[in-house]
Design a protein around this ligand. Structure first.
Ligand code: RP5
Length: 160
């Protein structure tokens, strides 16, 4: 971990780790520095407040399931962008709605259910507005995806 990570990834519980790992893999590929933490909006509210207020990170990713207050609670403590990742459980709409339905004035950007990778890409895109290295890595990432779809199409359907 670097001393001034660009992205702070917070999980509401250690059980969210498989989703966080998808985010971290993308951040690594795109050359984005990060810190990973477990901190809960409901179970450790004071620690969460101290963590966010003391963080030098430019973007926050918050990963939580059930009544997922974590992204909104983080957004209440910072003016920097917060990306929420809803985690699937017995009811999949619970965490999605908890993250998306923020009150006016305190927005949270939400990605899809369990989509840690999209949170990583979106965080990198925010940083890439000012960081040319990350911008170039995002371009390469898009090109790689394009090549994969073209190859899949050729293998599955033959040459166009
Ligand atoms: C949420 O409750 C966490 O983000 C996790 O997705 C869910 C279950 O937490 P554990 O009971 O596994 O700690 O706060």
């Amino acid at each position: 971990m670097t001393s001034n990570p660009s992205v702070l990834v917070v999980m509401g519980s250690k059980s969210d780790l498989p989703i966080a790992e998808k985010c971290l893999a993308v951040l690594k590929e795109l050359g984005v520095t990060y810190q990973l933490m477990v901190c809960s909006a409901h179970r450790t509210p004071e620690e969460l407040s101290a963590l966010i207020k003391g963080s030098p990170s430019e973007v926050f990713v918050a990963i939580a399931g059930l009544s997922a207050a974590l992204p909104g609670a983080i957004a209440a403590y910072t003016l920097r962008p917060v990306i929420g990742v809803p985690v699937s459980g017995k009811l999949n709409l619970d965490s999605i709605l908890s993250i998306v339905q923020m009150p006016p004035g305190i927005p949270v950007g939400a990605v899809g259910l369990d989509m840690g990778e999209n949170a990583g890409i979106l965080a990198a895109q925010i940083l890439a507005v000012k960081d040319h290295d990350i911008f170039d890595k995002l371009k390469a990432h898009r090109a790689k995806m394009r090549e994969k779809v073209m190859k899949d199409a050729e293998e599955t359907c033959g040459k166009a």
